[in-house]
Design a protein around this ligand. Sequence first.
Ligand code: OXD
Length: 312
Amino acid sequence: MKVLITAPMGRKHWDALSTEFPAVTFLSGAGPESDPLPDVEVMVTYGKDINEYLSRLPKLRWIQVLRAGIDGIALTELKDRSIRLTTVQGIHGIPMSEHVFGMILQFSRRFLDFRANQVQKTWDRSIKVEEIYEKTLGVVGVGSIGREIAKRGKAFGMRTIGINSRGTPVEGVEKVLPLGGLPELLADSDYVVVTLPLTPETRRLFGEPEFRMMKPTAYFINVARGEVVDEGALARALQEKWISGAGLDVFECEPLPSSSSLWELNNVMITPHLAALSPRYVERAIGVFRQNLLAYLGGKDLANEVDLSKGY
Ligand code: OXD
């Protein structure tokens, strides 16, 4: 069986895969762009190149993406060709929750202001610092990532509320609401953290009405996808102080264009879509693929298989 791996990864991972699966041939993505790869049954990728490879892989049966999001992948074509799709959902919780809490603690303890004062050698004790203890953390999307964020919120003594599609209870989250409960979560939360997948239902879920429902003292943190937000409405919410600030890792257009007004707002913290990154990312992602390859070869269920009709 042939597996095409287009995701860049170190030699040690290639060697480990070849040793563990001697009957499988692992190919790298090299070769002229138009060449068909007739015998490839499985593809391992970060996702961006799937659509361009599909026509070259007539026998493709399964794609393992080494990321959580599947937006931008031609799901209808996969469905029509009965190609299975799996993600590495589940490995993002640790780095993303640390990233989110870096942002939350920055907003609360004002480290960036102190750093700016440090550059000027200024000793200013008038900067107002806050606590997050007993504040409300609203996690919109309590899946594997949202749960880890809520867990850390609890460790800081925060009240946690969350949203998932049906309001199904989640361990460690005090109150879970269905998507229709968004106004309640927005009105109650001091920190709104978005970890939703991008689907037709969640596209531009956050617009002017939603930002106006938030407390003026609240912060909005998006580590999901830029397209779940109407970025123009968010910029106005921040400029006109409907909300206190935002921590943004994802944007409608990436890289964020230099013309975006978000760059200039001093109540915004921007990071370049890397909340999930970690020195352990590849090792964890390949770990999921290895388990799935064993299951695939043994005819068992694959972990994190996407329901191609639902899109998640
Ligand atoms: C992902 C991401 O989808 O990091 O994995 O955005």
